[in-house]
Structures are given as structure tokens and as C-alpha cells.
Design a protein around this ligand. Structure first.
Ligand code: PMP
Length: 410
């Protein structure tokens, strides 16, 4: 049983009423890529542009003060949302999760990593983490190592114990996998990292939208996530960092807003978090990001999580009944709200295109995890990912589409 009144919640998302072709209603199962946006989040953006559009931090005029307060308070709200007691000083607004990785890789990694250091990742990292650390390692002489996954798509924690050693400077791990659905034991990994005096960066892009996250309970040193995957707008994300680490780090981007005092010879840096937010930031997006946090909190993250389990378990069971379907990752009761799979003899792109005829939006490809797909031994997969507004009836449409594809191809 789902704890959510999904019919009522769907009314918050006007886009869900649209058809993708005449008489073909939209079934939106691409939520791990981007979630839909409820009216009140769109309204927060509209209100900003209609009522107090203005640059932040600089002006003493009324509009600028209103914009500044709303933008700054949005940082406090996001801090509270993920349990950062250091409030706005520990929350840097970035464009997305990817930028948060680049920020830490450049501002911390470039200075702190060197030959003999290891950066321990996992085989299920998203390119946002994997490519970024790989390149910073090349620049600094550090080595990247990967914790392997087991048959059922969970981390091999014995191997993690061996790899995280006194050479390790950084452990960077995805909280919830965007392909396997695995939810990793991040707090155990944080303990393992800290025992070796290493830091841990947790990629929360797929975790924050659909479960309560407390960065301090995890003891993450850095934690990143994106607004557009949690009912918020694109163009905004957050990097949480422990205050003492952010204070010690150099800026990543230089320019206006991030400085305190500038002369022709040198400059000093603004307070946290503004030191890391050079230039005019994404103001309306930042304000709407906080509104999205309010929205998912009002629905209830525990309940969103339980609802996703309810829809995911059904999708898992129904897909498993079909011949030739291979699902990747852990069993249905141990995974986040998505199912990545392949159907024997049908390329993921062909299947996705047939599903589109049924109105079903899924993702086909490598989902920014090419090495993981190499490990799985497939070039691509189909991913159906669910959010608070999806129903089991919509899963029936997905199943109908997959059966339709099987009929065509076999
Ligand atoms: N990490 C994970 C696990 C993701 O699923 C994604 C988005 N697909 C990202 C990082 C990158 O997020 P963004 O594109 O918003 O930077």
C-alpha cells in the first residue's frame, strides 16, 4: 500500500496531464534524469521575476534587499534540509552535482593530491564523479582505485576495506546508484575513510530527492545534489562541505561577489559560502530550490521513499515475469526507486522508441556510467525511474509497451 494520495499530488504537476500524441497520455518514468516541477515551485520563480527580480548582495535598494534575503535564506533552508548545522556557511549553490564535484576536485584535489595518494571510487560512480577524479588524478599524479561490485550489484565491502588504506586521500562514493538502484552504506564508508585520515565525498544526486538525508549523521565531508532531481528547477544544485574544509580551500572560480578586498596586486576572499559563488548566481533557481525542499518535506520524504518502494517492487515483479528480461542490481526490496533492464534481442534505443509510442518516457543508454555498463557487459540499458506521482497503473503501460516490443522483435 502506498502512503501517498497520488491522485491529489498529481494535481500539483500540470505537465502530467499532457498527451505525447493524440490520445496517448504521458507516463513519465525518467525521474532519475529530471523530475517534474510542481506549481508552487514554478510560482516561486514567477513571483521572483514579477515582484523582486534584482541582483543580490550588492544593492541597498528595496528589490535587491528582498532578492538577497530570499537567496541567502534559501541556503539556510537547504542546509536544514540535509541536516547541516553550520547553515549557509556549509552550503555552496552550484549549477548541479557535476559542478560540485569539479569545485572540490579543483579547489581541494588540485592542492591536496599528489603522487602516492589514492582516490577510492566505486565501479558504480556516475561520470560526474568518475571523470572528474580521473582527470584531477592525472594532473596531480594520484591514483584512482575502484571498489568492485558483487553479483547482485552491491559494493564488495571487503574489497573496500582493502582499498581504503593509509594512501587514501579521498573516498568518493555514490549514495544511491542511478543505474543499479543500490543504496550504499555511506556512513560505514565514511568511518572507513576517516580511520585512514581520508575524506569522503558522497554523491547524493539520487538519494536526496527520495529519502531523508542527514549529512552529519553520515559524517560526510562533502555531499552534493541537484535541484532538478527533487522537484526543483534546473541550473541549481548544492555542495555541502564541512566548514573547516571549505574555509581551508581556495576558491574555484574568481570574479565578482566572491571577493572581500581587491587591489591591482591581489585580492582577499569573501566569507563562506560566497567565496565559492563567483559572479551573479542563479537567483530565482536558488529561491525555487528551497521551495522544492519545502514541497518534498511537506509530502514527506519517508512517505515518498515508501511510495517509490511500492511502485518499484511492482515494476520489478512485472518485468521479471517477462521472457528475456534482465534486471540489473539488487533485489526489489533493497533498492531505490528505479529499475534498469534489458530485453534479450532488443537494443535499448529501439525499446525506448517503441515505449515512446505508448507514451512512456524512459531513458535508454549508459546513463553516464559507461564503465559500469562495461562491467555489466552491455553497451546500454533501459531505465524506468519513479517519483512521488507515479502509479502502478502507469507501470502496467510500461509492461504493455515492453510486451509490444517483444511481439515485434521476436
Ligand atoms: N550523480 C548521479 C548519481 C546522478 O544520477 C547524476 C544525474 N544523472 C549526477 C551525478 C549528475 O547530476 P547533474 O547532471 O545534475 O550534474
Amino acid at each position: 500500500q502506498s502512503p501517498l494520495d497520488v491522485e491529489a499530488l498529481r494535481a500539483d504537476f500540470p505537465i502530467l496531464e499532457r498527451e505525447v500524441a493524440d490520445g496517448v497520455p504521458l507516463v513519465y518514468f525518467d525521474n532519475a534524469a529530471t523530475t517534474q516541477t510542481p506549481t508552487r515551485v514554478v510560482d516561486a520563480i514567477t513571483e521572483y521575476y514579477y515582484e523582486y527580480n534584482s541582483n543580490v548582495h550588492r544593492g541597498i535598494h528595496q528589490l535587491s534587499q528582498e532578492a538577497s534575503i530570499a537567496y541567502e535564506e534559501a541556503h539556510d533552508r537547504i542546509a536544514e534540509f540535509v541536516g547541516a548545522s553550520g547553515e549557509r556557511e556549509e552550503i555552496v549553490f552550484t549549477k548541479n552535482t557535476t559542478e560540485a564535484f569539479n569545485l572540490v576536485a579543483y579547489a581541494w584535489g588540485l592542492n591536496e593530491l599528489g603522487e602516492g595518494d589514492t582516490v577510492v571510487l566505486t565501479e558504480m560512480e556516475h561520470h560526474a564523479s568518475l571523470v572528474t577524479w580521473q582527470q584531477i588524478a592525472k594532473k596531480t599524479g594520484a591514483t584512482v582505485e575502484y571498489v568492485p561490485i558483487t553479483e547482485d550489484g552491491t559494493l564488495d565491502m571487503n574489497a573496500a576495506g582493502d582499498l581504503i588504506d593509509d594512501d587514501t586521500a579521498m573516498v568518493s562514493v555514490v549514495h544511491a546508484s542511478n543505474v543499479l538502484g543500490t543504496v550504499n552504506p555511506v556512513s560505514e564508508l565514511a568511518d572507513m575513510a576517516h580511520e585512514q585520515d581520508a575524506l569522503i565525498f558522497v554523491d547524493g544526486a539520487q538519494a536526496v530527492p527520495n529519502r531523508p538525508v542527514d549529512v552529519e549523521a553520515i559524517d560526510a565531508d562533502f555531499y552534493a545534489f541537484s535541484g532538478h532531481k527533487m522537484a526543483g528547477p534546473t541550473g541549481i544544485g548544492a555542495l555541502y562541505g564541512k566548514r573547516h574544509l571549505l574555509e581551508a580551500m581556495d576558491p574555484y572560480l574568481y570574479g565578482g561577489e566572491m571577493i572581500k578586498k581587491v587591489t591591482y596586486d591581489d585580492a582577499t576572499w569573501n566569507d563562506l559560502p560566497w567565496k565559492f559563488e563567483a559572479g551573479t548566481p542563479s537567483i530565482s533557481e536558488g529561491i525555487a530550490f528551497a521551495e522544492a525542499a519545502d514541497y518534498v518535506d511537506d509530502v514527506g520524504l519517508e512517505r515518498i521513499n515508501a511510495h517509490e518502494e511500492y511502485v518499484t517492487a511492482y515494476a520489478y515483479d512485472e518485468l521479471s515475469k517477462l521472457d528475456g528480461v534482465e534486471i540489473y542490481g539488487p533485489p526489489k526490496d533493497e533498492r531505490g526507486g528505479l529499475v534498469a533492464f534489458n530485453v534479450e534481442g532488443i537494443h535499448a534505443h529501439d525499446l525506448s522508441s517503441i515505449l515512446n509510442d505508448y507514451g512512456v518516457a524512459v531513458r535508454a543508454g549508459d546513463h553516464c556510467t559507461q564503465p559500469l555498463h562495461d562491467t555489466l557487459g552491455v553497451p546500454a540499458s533501459i531505465r524506468a525511474s519513479f517519483y512521488l506521482y507515479n502509479t502502478r497503473e502507469e507501470v502496467d503501460t510500461l509492461i504493455e509497451g515492453v510486451e509490444g516490443a517483444i511481439d515485434i522483435f521476436h
